[in-house]
Design a protein around this ligand. Structure first.
Ligand code: HEC
Ligand code: HEC
Length: 382
């Protein structure tokens, strides 16, 4: 019964002309199962979302006309980067792995070190980062938008109160974040089992895996599961041994460099993080300058984790098996009490993690072709 309802919804979802890209932004009844019912994702203006979507896919806004948000947050890879480290304009390699931005609407902070506190603030940063869009400044972005056919009209539709269709930086960040708030993914097998009363949504092995995730493995201590929703993150920062062993004797120099930089605003901290892999490995410390935060990173959500690899802040772990082994081993050390899984339990835990792939993730992928062709209708100056 529920399955057939879902198929009808999926059909409506794919062919309805009212949806902007992902989640239908004008009603809360379609909220994917298992996500929190947050005010910020409701009542989004579809013209604002349409503008944000254009910008998200538009390569012509980057210095070499090859880079867009979608290039690193690849919609066919659950909006994560299939490469360990992302490449920006002119092939420059960044220092961190680009995570999935599905459900980033619910993040309490943005980036692996939480250096940005909102999607609005985050949205402008990639444009002026040399290892991302590589533009000189925000003015250069505005010039490019003005020179491109179509944007004037999109801005006018999105901000009707500005009669002349003024193109502004705040308009860019508002529209990109509105679009990101439509990128929701829930309704996974786990959700249907836990929140949808579908007792047969999980196999026996996956149910055991869920039990290990919450019990023996202590995973849900940080990758949270709540009574009426689950984001699989606590939004907090925790120690990670990943990357630290490589840093070893260079640690004092990296710490010194951060303290000397005294970076205060989020954009400046971003530039500092991208300046070297040693500094990027310091994690939350670069934001707080507090020694206890050295090597602490934000708990990533595990939604869609089976399809978002490679893993961890530096993309250094290529398979889910390795990631789970590392987490089991490493978190064992942190709690002081060993977590010992039998080979069967390990497989059950892995099997459970594959149930976190949202059924809407595939639907979002189906919309890429439409979004791409909409973008290419913009005049490209190359
Ligand atoms: C060159 C690759 C690249 C481009 C282009 C890019 N990003 Fe990212 N993005 C990243 C990386 C790498 C991170 C993680 C950086 C960090 O944590 O220090 C990230 C992080 C984010 C986050 C934070 C997610 C979280 O869970 O903390 C959001 C949101 C985001 N990007 C949105 C965007 C938007 C919107 C655009 C386009 C305006 C964009 N990105 C362009 C690589 C890229
Ligand atoms: C103390 C908090 C904490 C606990 C407990 C914990 N994790 Fe994590 N997990 C994290 C943090 C923080 C990261 C990111 C580390 C990094 O990138 O350096 C992470 C990363 C991961 C990743 C990689 C995700 C990605 O997208 O890169 C997986 C998979 C994972 N954890 C699974 C588990 C499993 C399975 C358990 C239980 C055995 C577990 N975690 C227990 C905090 C925790």
């Amino acid at each position: 019964m529920r399955t057939s309802r879902w198929i009808i919804f999926a059909f409506f979802y794919c062919f309805s002309s009212s949806h902007a890209f992902g989640h239908d932004q004008n009603s809360s009844s379609n909220l994917p199962l298992g996500l929190p019912n947050t005010a910020s994702i409701k009542g989004l203006n579809s013209n604002l979302v349409a503008l944000g979507k254009r910008i998200f896919f538009d390569n012509s806004l980057s210095a070499d006309k090859q880079v867009s948000c979608a290039g690193c947050h690849d919609p066919s890879h659950a909006f994560a980067d299939p490469n360990p480290l992302s490449r920006g304009a002119f092939g420059q390699k960044g220092e961190r792995h680009a995570p999935s931005i599905l459900n980033s609407a619910f993040n309490t902070s943005q980036f692996w070190d939480g250096r940005s506190d909102s999607l609005e603030d985050q949205g402008l940063q990639p444009f002026t980062t040399s290892k991302e869009y590589g533009l000189r400044d925000v003015d250069e972005l505005l010039q490019r938008l003005k020179a491109s056919d179509g944007y004037q009209r999109l801005f006018r539709n999105a901000f009707p109160e500005k009669k002349r269709g003024e193109i502004t930086a705040s308009g860019v960040s508002k529209s990109i974040s509105a679009f990101e708030r439509t990128l929701l993914s829930g309704n996974s097998k786990f959700d249907r089992y836990t929140y949808g009363n579908e007792s047969d949504a999980l196999t026996a092995s996956q149910m055991h895996g869920l039990g290990i995730f919450k019990g023996l493995g202590k995973c849900s201590g940080c990758h949270l599961i709540e009574s009426n929703h689950a984001l699989f993150t606590d939004g907090k920062f925790h120690n990670s041994s990943i990357g630290m062993e490589r840093l070893a004797e260079r640690l004092p120099a990296a710490v010194e460099a951060v303290l000397a930089a005294h970076a205060r605003d989020e954009a400046a901290i971003g530039k500092l993080v991208l300046s070297s892999s040693d500094i990027a490995a310091l994690g939350r410390f670069v934001v707080t300058n507090d020694p206890k935060d050295i090597g602490q990173f934000k708990t990533p959500s595990l939604r869609n984790v089976a399809i978002t690899g490679p893993y961890m802040h530096d993309g250094s772990v290529s398979t889910l098996e390795e990631a789970v082994d590392l987490e089991t081993y490493q978190r064992t050390d942190a709690s002081g009490r060993p977590i010992i899984l039998t080979p069967v339990e390990r497989l059950e835990l892995l099997d459970f993690l594959t149930t976190l792939t949202g059924s809407d993730t595939a639907a979002l992928r189906h919309n890429i072709a439409a979004a791409r062709s909409a973008t290419t209708s913009l005049r490209r100056p190359y």
